[in-house]
Write a protein that binds this ligand. Structure first.
Ligand code: ADP
Ligand code: MG
Length: 343
């Protein structure tokens, strides 16, 4: 997830490994190791995608830490919703059907009123997907919510980050950037009117996981990811895993009406690099265009084509403007910077 606040780090910590290098160096087991996932017949897909695939189960864990992933004194009902929503979003990215989850909670103090609201938000979303709470752990400590979700999927058909093919369209569901717009308001980066804030704040505090869309994409899309850390960074995961490159028409990235009324710079910042959107980015062959448009319309959801997958080139992504011209190098570099951050 995209952090809401940078952690207080010493200079030596700042030069520490990024999240992905850290996992690679200390946790991912080499193919020669006795623990190599390739030697475990249950593991169909290990570290590196939105979910692991274990037999016909898609499994994912996401942890939310106060002051890092949500603001101190966050509305507990929204927090309950969001804690499950971000996990369901990873199931959606694989096309899996939610079945059950576990809940690990660290609480600084036991406040019944808080727990009442938190569980209300949590179960309102769980009931929508008939996703049962089957266990967990509870302890005293700094407020932290960690959920593991289990979804049903035919592992052979799951949407993986590695499936994109040259010629595919790149699609994004609904619109991006509202959560970043709200976050910037709370961080005093810019101001918003009351009406604007009322429109965008729920997108940050209580995102909607695109579960139905993910499930429908099975057999139609080649690759998918949920956008939790910003479109460009997350799309880069698909491109690297699939060994392809992409052209992206950055002004076609869908923005809400609130964001569309802001300056071009702010709109691009929020839609391209804003986190916490939990929309799906997926690639599909052009023969699926009609299907994607009709299917998403019947779900009451819009979907936009934002670019194309091409054969692997030196640069992973080329950003294009309205007229299809490549953006100046300084702007490309500005938008493409800092994918890998320690979260
Ligand atoms: P997402 O944003 O989709 O939840 P992340 O960016 O958090 O995914 O993680 C990327 C990949 O690294 C995932 O496959 C995840 O399961 C794996 N991962 C993250 N942390 C660890 C860890 N401590 N040990 C093993 N795998 C990890
Ligand atoms: Mg994900």
């Amino acid at each position: 997830m995209m952090p809401h606040q940078d952690p207080k780090q010493s200079a030596s910590q700042r030069s520490f490994l990024g999240e992905f290098d850290l996992i690679e160096q200390f946790f991912k087991q080499s193919p020669n190791s006795l623990l190599a996932t390739s030697k475990n017949p249950w593991v169909k897909l290990g570290i590196g995608d939105d979910c692991a695939l274990l037999g016909n189960w898609a499994i994912s864990t996401d942890m939310l830490v106060e002051g890092r992933h949500f603001l101190p004194n966050a509305n507990p009902e929204w927090l309950g919703h969001k804690s499950l929503a971000v996990n369901l979003s990873d199931l959606a990215a694989m096309g899996a059907k939610p079945v059950a989850f576990t809940l690990a909670l660290a609480l600084p103090e036991v406040r019944e009123e808080w727990l009442e609201k938190f569980s209300k938000g949590l179960f309102a979303l769980a009931v929508q997907y008939q996703c049962s709470l089957i266990g967990g752990d509870t302890t005293a400590g700094p407020l932290t919510v960690s959920i593991t979700v289990f979804g049903e999927i035919d592992s052979a058909l799951a949407l993986r980050r590695s499936g994109a093919k040259a010629g595919d369209d790149i699609w994004v569901s609904h619109c991006l950037g509202d959560a970043r717009l709200a976050l910037g308001y709370y961080r005093n980066e810019w101001s918003l009117s009351e009406t604007e804030l009322a429109n965008v704040a729920p997108r940050m505090h209580a995102p909607t996981p695109r579960v139905e869309l993910g499930m429908a994409l099975i057999g139609h899309a080649h690759a998918a990811i949920d956008i939790s850390d910003g479109l460009l960074g997350d799309l880069a995961h698909i491109l690297r895993a699939s060994d392809v490159s992409a052209d992206i028409k950055i002004d076609q990235v869908p923005a809400s009406s609130v964001l569309a009324n802001k300056s071009v710079e702010l709109r691009r910042l929020c839609t391209l690099n804003g986190g916490d959107d939990y929309e799906l980015c997926f690639t599909a062959p052009i023969t699926e265009r009609d299907w994607v448009e009709k299917t998403t319309q019947t779900m009451g959801l819009s979907t936009k084509r934002i670019g194309k997958i091409k054969m692997r080139e030196d640069s992973l992504m080329t950003l294009l403007d309205q007229d299809g011209d490549t953006l100046p190098k300084e702007l490309q570099d500005q938008y493409l910077k800092s994918f890998d951050h320690f979260k």
